[in-house]
Design a protein around this ligand. Structure first.
Ligand SMILES: [Zn+2]
Length: 344
């Protein structure tokens, strides 16, 4: 048996549904679950419970919760052009919040990698607004849980989704207690149109929001080069006490909502690079919260490859990696904004 992983799931997270033509579908969870069941990992399954209103209020306004509740009662309601409710949305979103909170606590207490199999996703949800298929910010709730309940002062959020986690970044923009890092598709070309390298945080949080956009259709080498030469050394220097991963897999080549060109190996390397950059005692205090990933035939594999990297079984980066000139240009541009705060 492989390494033990704790997985939080509730099948009612599949009840939220945004219509036939929407690719953020319930079957995505079935795919992730089946791939985990068929994998080499020894999985401890835990039925997720709903989060509490207080958990939501730790990162969102009371108005947003009220609004999502009402939009669920009056379903179907279009919250934005791409985000709508059905009559289960609030319930499913609260299960995703609960799964994320309890996964964070379980991972920290048991020193094991935990996965919150969340739907709807969360990283675009800001303090006051639902958008981009997201209602409540699951990753932010998980991070806040560790700050509040475990008294931590340094939590890392590692976002590898194709799209910038604008919600997460904005929630923690003014604090250094959460380091938010995101590698994502060029915001000039991709949703949500923000996530530029100059958005570095403010006040106490200055230098603690690391944005690394990559050119559209970046391949493994270009993407990994950007990750390795910006985000990874910052994490090493920050020395987080726990890690939340916004685990989106829509950077896979051919994803219908993504514009990058990665294959499975990139995720394995991304997992391995992360783990190798962490202090030893933090290497299992890692929580995955599921974000995007819509290329259904490949979603499960990408997820398992990433877990292999996280559990230390992954490959190390090859010594020789040809990198394009444009990727180098984007990366050095991002480095320019953070060099003042970190040794990179
Ligand atoms: Zn995404």
């Amino acid at each position: 048996m492989g390494q033990q992983i704790i997985a939080f799931y509730h099948e009612d997270m599949k009840k939220h549904y945004m219509g036939k033509s929407h690719l953020e579908t319930p079957v995505r969870l079935d795919i992730l679950i089946n791939s985990l069941k068929q994998s080499e990992f020894d999985v401890k399954w835990i039925k997720a419970k709903q989060g509490l209103e207080e958990d939501v209020f730790s990162v969102h306004s009371k108005e947003l919760l009220k609004y999502i509740k009402l939009a669920t009662e009056k379903a179907p309601t279009w919250i934005t052009a791409d985000t709508r409710t059905n009559k289960y949305t609030y319930y499913s979103a609260m299960l995703a919040v609960g799964a994320s909170k309890h996964a964070a606590l379980a991972s920290f207490n048991e020193k094991k990698i935990a996965v919150a199999l969340t739907r709807p996703p969360g990283h675009h949800a800001t303090e006051n607004a639902a958008m981009g298929f997201c209602f409540f910010n699951n990753a932010a709730v998980a991070a806040k849980t560790l700050l509040k309940e475990k008294g931590l002062n340094k939590v890392l959020i590692y976002d590898i989704d194709n799209h910038y986690g604008n919600g997460t970044a904005s929630i923690f923009f003014k604090t250094d207690k959460v380091l938010t890092t995101s590698i994502h598709c060029d915001p000039y070309e991709c949703y949500p149109g923000v996530g530029f390298p100059n958005e570095i945080g403010s006040g106490d949080g200055i230098g603690h929001n690391i944005n690394v956009p990559t050119p559209v259709y970046s391949n493994n080498n270009d993407w990994l080069y950007a990750l390795k030469s910006t985000i990874i050394p910052v994490i090493q220097e920050y020395e987080p006490e726990a890690v939340i991963v916004s685990a989106g897999f829509d950077a896979l080549k051919g994803d219908p909502y993504g514009k990058l060109s990665l294959n499975y190996d990139a995720f394995e390397y991304a997992g391995k690079l992360l783990v190798d950059s962490l202090p030893k005692k933090v290497r299992k205090k890692i929580v995955l919260v599921i974000e995007g990933g819509y290329k259904l035939p490949d979603l499960g594999e990408a997820f398992i490859y990433f877990l292999r990297g996280l559990t230390g079984k992954g490959m190390s980066l090859p010594k020789q990696m040809p990198v394009s000139r444009i990727a180098k240009k984007y990366t050095s541009h991002a480095q320019g904004y953070i060099r003042k705060y970190w040794r990179i």
